[in-house]
Design a protein. Structure first.
Lengths: 355, 251
């Protein structure tokens, strides 16, 4: 970590992936993240990698399946409608336990929606999205520097747990520019060796990568392996940030871009003598329920703020478990709440609670 | 010597018993592929991508590294593998529903890119695994469980011709439609499958072998009747022959 470069969010994520050892990218253009594919198309040939523009997101996710099954580091990136198209493949990838990294630069929805930043794919990211009992490791960066670090981490987590990981960003992070420091290039020779990978059965028994078993008892065994793994991830991989929570009387919960805006709100509130704090989940799955629960016991109320009609709030309510009031404020369709409107909302809620 | 030739299982087939119905051609085609892989001495660098359909278990029947793709997506999965490991041999094995209905986009674009993979395409004009529904390749007038009055082109469209669709794509190196409905045809088919794999080994582009096959169970016929029906009806709709061959002079 030495050079500090001014880069766009999509490019920061792409470069971080390459430094993490990703040499295979398959994708389909969609705003607001096409620059990620463009960057990869320039950059991957320079480092001996493969870039391929697929005919659809459906094809792209299956190319990721193919490359991941050879044990190589691989990623794709897309935005909301494209991520919906990938869900079938993601379910297969999770079930076949293939390590790979997805990036969803979320835009306003539902349907074709718009191309402005949103957080309305939270359910899809954290509760499944595709069919069956599976989970993605979901990382939600709040700054471009963090996007770089979490992308780098995502490949290691994916490899360690043989599980797809998702960087859940939004259109703002995708399009903004910020100075970032990049980590060192991973020596490809130091990347984990995968004995399960499909490489041709040279001097060994053939390997099979599959999500399929027609025998329900055998398939249940496979499901148990997934569920045991998810428990391990829950125990070890929860990440979160407490911001000015030590003496907080009112607690915001927000992630990603919204959390960054809330930090401004917290500072403004404190200037006015309101002791606000922020709990920011960094991993949206596994969700830091216990950590939020502990904090919520000490505050007057919790105010969840999202760029959606209210999705993460369901996890916040689970975490709080009735220990205090949980309010919600959000804007939809790519409208970003301003610090002032959120501060007004906080004051309104304080008034309500006092009455 | 002759006795040994007939009883020996190719190394590239596993010990798993086939799950195919009596008279189905999947088993013959599996064996031909396995023999070709053995003879080309590529077993230890070959990866099979099975489809969804009756041959969903193909990844277990071959004694090779393998996987099973989502329905129709085998060419995309194979593309990802081949791009990650360009020196391996990757082939997909797909039925008509998988390749010519739900997976039409994937096969067309893999062929058009000249993706250096091989596809073995089993066309039996019906959905076998799900119980005999209309396939994109079902013949006009053919009765299936979803065309109980016969396939009517006015509402069901016409049989899709995969080889004719792919033949003008510049990325295609070898393209042939054949049958395995007689011993002579079986011997010929093996040579063609070998050519398709050689096209991949020599890196000259995408190769596909379409095998017109029987489905006695869902056609409601005996295996012998099914072969007769195939010769009299399917071959008429889907003419046999080599559509593209760029393998000549390449080695």
């Amino acid at each position: 970590m030495s050079e500090k470069l001014m880069v766009k969010g999509t490019e920061a994520i792409a470069e971080a992936a390459i430094r993490a050892g990703c040499r295979n990218y398959f994708g389909y253009p969609i705003t607001p993240q096409s620059e990620l594919a463009e960057y990869m198309s320039r950059r991957l040939p320079q480092v001996g990698g493969t870039f391929l523009q697929a005919e659809s997101e459906v094809a792209a996710v299956n190319m990721v399946y193919g490359a991941a099954s050879t044990g190589k580091r691989v990623m794709t990136s897309t935005s909301s409608p494209g991520f919906s198209l990938m869900q079938e493949g993601i379910s297969y990838i999770a079930a076949a336990q293939l390590p790979c990294v997805f990036v969803n630069v979320v835009r306003g929805g539902p349907g074709l929606g718009d191309i402005q930043p949103a957080q309305s794919d939270y359910f899809q990211a954290t509760k499944g999205g595709g069919h069956g009992d599976y989970r993605l490791i979901v990382l939600a960066p709040s700054t471009l520097q963090e996007a770089v670090e979490l992308t780098y981490l995502a490949f290691d987590l994916a490899d360690e747990y043989r599980n797809p990981a998702l960087i859940l960003a939004d259109g703002l992070m995708g399009q903004m520019m910020e100075p970032v420091e990049f980590p060192e290039f991973r020596d490809l020779k130091t990347l984990p060796k995968h004995e399960w990978a499909l490489t041709g059965c040279n001097e060994r028994e053939p390997n099979k990568v599959t999500s399929f078993n027609i025998d329900p008892y055998e398939l249940e065994k496979m499901n148990k392996v997934y569920q045991e793994k998810y428990l391990r991830i829950i125990k070890k991989e929860k990440r979160w940030e407490n911001y000015m929570t030590e003496d907080a009387e009112y607690l915001f919960v927000a992630y990603g871009t919204m959390a960054r805006i809330i930090k401004t709100v917290v500072r403004k509130a404190r200037e006015e003598g309101i002791k606000a704090g922020l709990f920011r989940p960094i991993t949206l799955w596994p969700y830091p329920y216990e950590e939020l629960h502990e904090l919520s016991e000490k505050v007057g109320f919790v105010l969840t703020v999202e760029m959606s009609a209210g999705q993460m709030i369901e996890d916040v309510r689970l975490a709080v478990s009735g220990r205090t009031k949980v309010f919600f404020y959000g804007r939809t369709a790519g409208v970003i709440p301003t610090p002032n409107e959120v501060l007004e909302e906080l004051k309104k809620k304080i008034g309500m609670v006092k009455v | 010597m002759i006795k040994e030739m007939f009883l020996k299982k190719p190394k590239s087939l596993s010990e798993k018993e086939f799950t195919y119905c009596p008279g189905c051609h999947h088993g013959i085609v599996h064996r031909l592929i396995a023999e070709v892989i053995d003879e080309l001495n590529i077993r230890e660098k070959t990866i099979v991508v099975a489809p969804v359909g009756c041959s969903v278990f193909a990844y277990e029947f071959f004694y090779l590294d393998g996987t099973v793709a989502p329905h129709g997506r085998a060419p995309a999965v194979a593309t990802g593998m081949k791009r990650a490991l360009p020196d391996r041999i990757v082939f997909t094995y797909q039925g008509d529903g998988d390749l010519a209905a739900i997976g039409t986009a994937e096969i067309i674009h893999a062929a058009n890119r000249g993706e250096n993979i091989t596809t073995i395409f089993i066309n039996n004009a019906i959905y076998g695994m799900t119980g005999g529904q209309m396939a994109p390749t079902s013949l006009i007038g053919m009765k299936t469980t979803t065309t109980p009055y016969g396939r009517d082109p006015k509402k069901d469209g016409y049989p899709i011709h995969v080889c004719e669709t792919l033949q003008n794509m510049k990325g295609v190196a070898y393209l042939e439609r054949l049958t395995v409905s007689s011993p002579q045809e079986v011997i010929k088919a093996k040579k063609s499958i070998r050519k398709a794999f050689e096209a991949q080994i020599n890196q000259i582009g995408f190769s596909l072998i379409e095998v017109l096959s029987t489905c006695p169970t869902n056609w409601g016929m005996t295996p012998v009747e099914a072969i007769k029906w195939l010769k009299e009806n399917m071959v008429k709709e889907f003419p046999l022959g080599v559509f593209v061959d760029k393998t000549k002079g390449v080695n």
